[in-house]
Design a protein. Sequence first.
Length: 144
Amino acid sequence: MEWQRLEQLKEKVQHEDDFGAIWKFFFDHLGENEKFVRAGQLARPEMTELLEPIIESVCKRIVNDEVMIAQTLLTEVPGQHFYHGPCVTDVGLCVVLYFDDLKMGMISFTHGIGTGWVHYARFTTIAVSDKHAVIVQGKSETGH
């Protein structure tokens, strides 16, 4: 598989201001690419443990209420330091993208059913005493 599109995504996650465009790029060029999808494997449990509290925190900010994760299905693209996948919560559906080498990722969150609204956030993790803290950058977007 050519990894040029993944490198383009990595650049967009770091610098693009239009969060919706980042997700469109991911789904148009990677998420629906059969070779890319087949290249993935189930992520290590520690990556799910790292990302779930971040997902909960971002979703909690969006809905202004507690959020409980029901299931996360995180995929690792071996050798690329990239993780992605859906997360089902009690208030909606998330999709997460995370570049472990950058310690940066994005969340797309759809609150409720049939609303047409999608909330986006970009986040950065910082290692703190063998744990991770999260900084959700000031810019997030909502679109439909």
